[in-house]
Write a protein that binds this ligand. Structure first.
Ligand code: CP
Length: 307
């Protein structure tokens, strides 16, 4: 199978084989970041624009470094000081930047569906860097890559995603990705933060955090998305931390060959105790490292070859 897409909007749209192509291409790019000269000419002459309508540390930096390591020119567009502040629409902004002959937009937006709308209005490639509560495809791809690298496979593993499933685009993309590659996915968290319809994606629901921790290969912790919560879902953060946070006692109960993952940013002391975040069986910074190879692969596949 060949990669034929102009855009990457979400993992829900992708076939298993397309996900595997991205992981394999990422594998071939991983070594570039280990060299003293961290650059290959694959995207020389191409222009990539970071268009972030929401804050980001990891995704924005990672896309910028990935594009630069492929020799593309990169523009990180500052939305807050742009004409968006004067009322210019998101689509007009993208069309005006496209008129300057760019090849790819990396879009993060607080509205679910915003990257899809832009992709329908420009000829350049559009890569979703996280939209509302919808999807964060490159986060899930780097998570799949990290798990595949550690275990040598994904099929047959059990992944428990713990926390605020309701507001998490990371959870949604990971559910699609891990299910398509044959893993069992369990979601766990406070009942108001677990949407009932999530079962339609083939995941199992448990409210028993200790079952999830003791019986999973990957314990994937989520941040409470307080910026997206429109009402009070929890009595207190202290209670959440007590009921669903990973402290040393819970960490000691994970399976011998299990790992803890987190997409970042972490709320230390809430979903994960600070000392656990530094433990040997956490993959948090490894995930970040692998993000570069994944984003190099996605950029290369979408704009590096003739479609
Ligand atoms: N994981 C993630 O999306 O982090 P940022 O918000 O810092 O990009």
């Amino acid at each position: 199978m060949e990669w034929k897409r102009k855009d990457l909007i979400g993992l829900e749209d992708l076939k298993k084989e397309e996900i595997e192509i991205i992981l394999d291409v990422a594998n071939s790019f991983k070594d570039v970041s280990k060299r003293s000269v961290k650059k290959v000419p694959a995207l020389r002459g191409k222009t990539v624009v970071n268009l972030f309508f929401e804050p980001s540390t990891r995704t924005r930096t990672s896309f910028e470094l990935a594009a630069k390591r492929l020799s593309a020119d990169v523009l990180s567009f500052d939305v807050s000081s742009s004409s968006v502040a004067k009322g210019e629409t998101m689509v007009d902004t993208a069309k005006n930047i496209e008129a300057m002959k760019v090849d790819c937009f990396i879009i993060r937006h607080f509205v679910s569906g915003a990257p899809l709308i832009i992709s329908q209005n420009v000829s350049a490639s559009v890569i979703n860097a996280g939209d509302g509560c919808h999807e964060h495809p490159t986060q899930a791809l780097l998570d799949l890559f990290t798990v595949r690298e550690r275990f040598g496979k994904i099929k047959g593993l059990r992944i428990s995603i713990i926390g605020d499933i309701l507001h998490s685009r990371v959870a949604r993309s990971n559910i699609w990705g891990f299910k398509k590659l044959g893993a069992e996915v369990i979601v766990c968290g406070p009942p108001p933060l677990i949407p009932k319809e999530i079962e339609k994606t083939g995941v199992k629901i448990t409210f028993d955090i200790d079952f999830a921790i003791e019986n999973s290969d990957i314990i994937y912790l989520l941040r409470l998305q307080r910026e997206r919560q429109k009402e009070n879902f929890l009595p207190s953060l202290k209670e959440y931390s007590f009921l669903y946070g990973i402290d040393r006692e819970r960490y000691e109960k994970i399976k011998e060959k299990a790992f803890i993952m987190h997409p970042g940013p972490m709320n230390r002391g809430i979903e994960i105790k600070s000392e656990v975040a530094e433990e040997e069986r956490t993959l948090i910074l490894e995930q970040v490292t692998n993000g570069i190879a994944i984003r190099m692969a996605v950029l290369y596949l979408t704009i590096g070859r003739k479609i």
